[in-house]
Write a protein that binds this ligand. Structure first.
Ligand code: FES
Length: 173
């Protein structure tokens, strides 16, 4: 009788322990993304970004939490090369995330934390970052520059500019 009770008890414990494991394994299939991911947000009229210049812009993060106030305003760098060609860079350094600054005199982005340097097109120039600046996909709609801003650029798959049909360095349809 004790053996049967122990088996039932062990089965219950095993079932309880399996719940989080199964949940973890099924998470990629069952997890629903928060509303706001993959949102397109406007950075304003394209006329704010003169051709040949790189300017700071901010957008309101479409994925916010209660209590986010100023932190929901996200800066980014907008480079207007010519015509409809833009590059929109995340402000965060690709090393450890410090905000990079644009220096038009030298035509370089520089990171104040560990000396990371990037060329005007966001490519890595020197320092500890192993890659260039992350870029947002963008499109132009009714004269407004829009970026896909719900998901912060990261070194993960979503930031791999070569695997997305909508390139982060080219305008999206
Ligand atoms: Fe920019 Fe380290 S965070 S170089």
């Amino acid at each position: 009788m004790f053996l049967k009770i122990a088996m039932v008890f062990n089965g219950l414990v095993a079932a309880l322990l399996a719940v989080p494991v199964v949940g973890y394994l099924l998470a990629p299939v069952t997890r629903r993304r928060k509303a706001g991911y993959e949102s397109w947000v406007s950075l304003g009229s394209i006329n704010q970004f003169p051709s040949g210049e790189t300017r700071l812009a901010t957008y309101h993060n479409p994925v916010t939490h209660t209590g986010d106030v100023e932190t929901a305003e996200i800066p980014c760098w907008v480079r207007h090369t010519d015509g409809d060609h833009f590059q929109v860079f995340a402000i965060n350094c690709a090393h450890l995330g410090c905000p990079v600054r644009w220096f038009p005199q030298s035509g370089l982005f520089m990171c104040p934390c560990h000396g990371g340097v990037y060329y005007a097109d966001g490519a890595r120039a020197s320092g500890p970052p192993v890659r260039g600046l992350f870029q947002y996909p963008f499109k132009i709609l009714d004269g407004n520059l829009q970026i896909q801003a719900g998901e912060m650029p990261t070194p993960g798959l979503s930031a791999d500019i070569r695997q997305k049909p909508c390139s982060r360095s080219q305008q999206c349809a």
